[in-house]
Design a protein around this ligand. Structure first.
Ligand SMILES: [Cu+2]
Length: 708
């Protein structure tokens, strides 16, 4: 019996007791016919080598990761990524401090504290989040369990991990003191690694260090439950070689609280969260600093960036159970504030007020219905209205720190002040009212098959970078295409219309869950070549000095479509062997011109064979990526070749409380390019500048989990 099975039994008993106890007083919740609409990975059941939770997405149907560093994974789903994917960490939405998403939301749910990661397959309900245009990902961290009696019991889990590819280690402990009414919990973690190896050398810089501390409390009594949690994240030096700078620090305080009341036929959920993130990054402390060239000294091109964000989130929802299903009514708010200032430590008067107190406040209201139309048919439907208000304070810069009367710095400073004047007099205060809806219909069709059809309209207002980037820079939420961009406060929200079809076939030992989808996005926000002479000339001068590429892009509303297919399936081969397959295919194209969209995952498949021993589990896995020739000319994207790598893992339970796991990733040390990892931007003798980033080399890793 594996560890999970051993641990599940008391949980199941507890659950069924709870259900029995509730039956007496609660209205029977009926099960509405539907297909399986989520895919969850439970960390305890899955060997994971990297520290970044986003890596788990690579093995989920339709999902992938845009990797800009070892701790900087940006979720991709069915061709959309970044702010188009709603990521929640314990129900809270976190908008990181980094204008290039160095601290993307999953940065705040490290693998060592992660309990599970869930991706919504296909169309997300409107209650799952405010802007779910591209999908919905949920990270849940350990929170402990209530005890069975009034006596307090001390419990916990330690998690130690190590890997060879970067000499990375992680040590963590989760501790709880709980009885039937209270849980007091805490978590500590420290992790660090050197630069990562690939078959041709090392990725410089890719080292990292991160510490984390959590403290939480839950209280339940009768129908009421209340929770309070605080987390402190301290990320230190962490290389992001696909971006123009590296992380020097990310210091964050995260606070969240929730209240749930389960009445006779109504459940009320309230939640509140607050995050305060501060971030430093530079282009000189982890990578080779700028060197002297014909136009300027290296010292004049040192850059350091201070960026902060504050988020506040609030949600109130009532779910009402009725004879044929349920109703949900809710309101929610997410208020974010960002600031970013770029300086040069060698020339203190130099500064660029990159984002000055930009606000993005979203207020939403929704109504959702789950209804059992008959014994064999079910319908979920919902509608949401979001009001998005955005604004920015006035901006400025000093690009002439020596106060030269003429020459390049004086000229660029003049152009920067013209750009700032133009931005400051434009209509910075913007309000959008966005309407979302969705329908999901399921019908049981015999032969162990449930058919499914879904449709949705989803919207997204522009990000703060897309609206308020006023001077050509690479502050793009982590696009990492090497292009400089400028924003436009007058951008319109994106509107996506999507249909999805599929079925679930669950026939004993053989289960398959395929989906096809098609979506059209009007006013899709994409960088297009700038024709603004001031912007173009400024970027050209920067390029002449050795800073970035010429020909900047301007965020614009265009038309795009996405379509594809994904599936998951499993097949039992006798009692002990299971074959599993996950496949993902997506296309993303521009509809206004003949071009592909940028950074779309290549077609890929994960095939694995599990063996269930008496006290151990083994998995042999092949990960197959096709080449990606459908690249974006607009984003000067480079093609990549396909590849296959093999992985091997094993977990053994030495006792019910002790598990040891070992694994080898990239068994044959295959050298390959990771299409979604961008291009090298730091000096490296092993990888030329602006060449594709390699995938990781052979990696031996292990973990030890001890429950007490
Ligand atoms: Cu950053």
């Amino acid at each position: 019996m594996n560890r999970f099975a051993v641990r599940s039994i008391p949980l199941l008993v507890m659950l069924s007791n709870a259900v029995l106890a509730q039956d007496a007083q609660r209205v029977q919740e009926i099960t509405v016919v539907g297909v399986r609409d989520t895919h969850t990975v439970v960390t305890d059941d899955k060997m994971v080598a990297p520290p970044d939770t986003a890596q788990l997405l690579r093995k989920m149907p339709g999902a992938n990761i845009n990797k800009n560093g070892e701790l900087t994974g940006i979720a991709q789903y069915r061709g959309m990524y970044g702010d188009r994917i709603r990521v929640s960490v314990n129900g809270a939405q976190i908008s990181g401090a980094g204008p290039n998403a160095m601290d993307s939301p999953l940065h705040y749910a490290p693998v060592a504290i992660l309990e599970s990661l869930t991706i919504n397959r296909g169309i997300a309900s409107v209650s799952s989040g405010q802007e779910t245009i591209g999908g919905y990902v949920q990270a849940q961290t350990y929170s402990g369990e209530y005890g069975g009696s009034g006596d307090f019991e001390f419990k916990g889990r330690t998690y130690f991990g190590a890997q060879s590819v970067n000499s990375g280690t992680v040590a963590s402990g989760f501790f709880s003191l709980a009885n039937r009414n209270h849980i007091i919990r805490s978590f500590v973690m420290t992790e660090q690694a050197d630069d990562t190896e690939f078959p041709g050398g090392r990725i410089i810089p890719s080292e990292y260090e991160r510490d984390r501390f959590d403290l939480g409390y839950s209280f339940r009594s009768g129908d009421h439950e209340f929770t309070l949690d605080f987390a402190r994240n301290n990320t230190g030096d962490a290389g992001t070689a696909s971006l123009p700078m590296d992380i020097h620090s990310v210091d964050s305080d995260l606070f969240r609280s929730s209240y749930t009341w389960e009445g006779r036929d109504t459940t009320v959920r309230a939640k509140f969260s607050f995050a305060d993130n501060e971030h430093w990054m530079t282009n000189y402390h982890l990578r080779q600093p700028p060197q002297d060239n014909m136009m300027t000294t290296g010292a004049m091109r040192y850059r350091r960036n201070w960026a902060v964000s504050e988020n506040m989130g609030f949600g109130l929802e009532a779910e009402q159970f009725v004879d044929n299903g349920s109703w949900k009514y809710g309101i929610d708010a997410n208020l974010t504030d960002h600031r970013s200032i770029i300086t040069n430590p060698n020339a203190p008067p130099f500064y660029i007020s990159n984002f000055n107190d930009v606000n993005r406040d979203v207020l939403g209201v929704y109504l959702e219905r789950s209804i059992s139309l008959s014994d064999a048919t079910g319908l979920d439907a919902g509608v949401r209205v979001n009001r998005v208000n955005m604004d920015s304070e006035l901006v400025s810069a000093n690009l002439n720190p020596m106060n030269m009367p003429s020459g390049m710095p004086a000229m660029m400073n003049l152009m920067a002040s013209q750009l700032a004047d133009r931005f400051n007099t434009s209509d910075l205060d913007q309000t959008d009212t966005n309407l979302d809806w969705f329908l999901r219909f399921s019908i049981e069709g015999g032969y162990d098959t449930t058919w499914y059809v879904g449709a949705a309209r989803k919207t997204r207002s522009p990000s703060y970078q897309e609206r308020y980037l006023w001077i050509p820079l690479e502050a793009t939420g982590g696009l990492a295409d090497g292009k400089t961009y400028v924003g436009d406060p007058n951008l319109d929200p994106e509107v996506s219309h999507e249909i999805e079809l599929g079925f679930d076939r669950e026939a004993g030992g053989y289960n398959i869950y395929p989906r096809i989808f098609y979506r059209e996005v009007t006013d899709f926000i994409q960088g297009t070549p700038s024709s603004d002479m001031l912007v173009v000339n400024f970027a050209q001068m920067m390029a002449n000095m050795g800073m970035g590429l010429p020909d900047p892009l301007q965020y614009n509303n265009v038309d795009a479509s996405f379509y594809g297919f994904d599936l998951e399936s499993d097949f039992a081969l006798g009692d002990r062997f299971t074959l599993r397959a996950i496949a993902s295919i997506v296309r993303g194209t521009r509809d206004d011109i003949n071009d592909n969209l940028y950074r779309i995952a290549p077609d890929n498949m994960v095939l694995s064979l599990d063996y269930q021993g008496s006290n151990w589990v083994g998995t042999f896995e092949s990960v197959i990526y096709a080449n990606q020739n459908r690249v974006s000319q607009t984003n000067i994207e480079q093609k990549t070749d396909g590849y296959t790598i093999f992985n091997l893992t094993g977990r053994i339970n030495l006792s019910p409380d002790l598990e040891i796991g070992v694994g080898i990733e990239n068994l044959f040390d295959k050298e390959y390019e990771d299409h979604l990892a961008g291009y090298n931007r730091a000096y490296n003798p092993d990888i030329p500048l602006r060449y594709r980033m390699p995938g990781l080399g052979r990696n031996f890793y292990g973990r030890l989990m001890w429950y007490f």
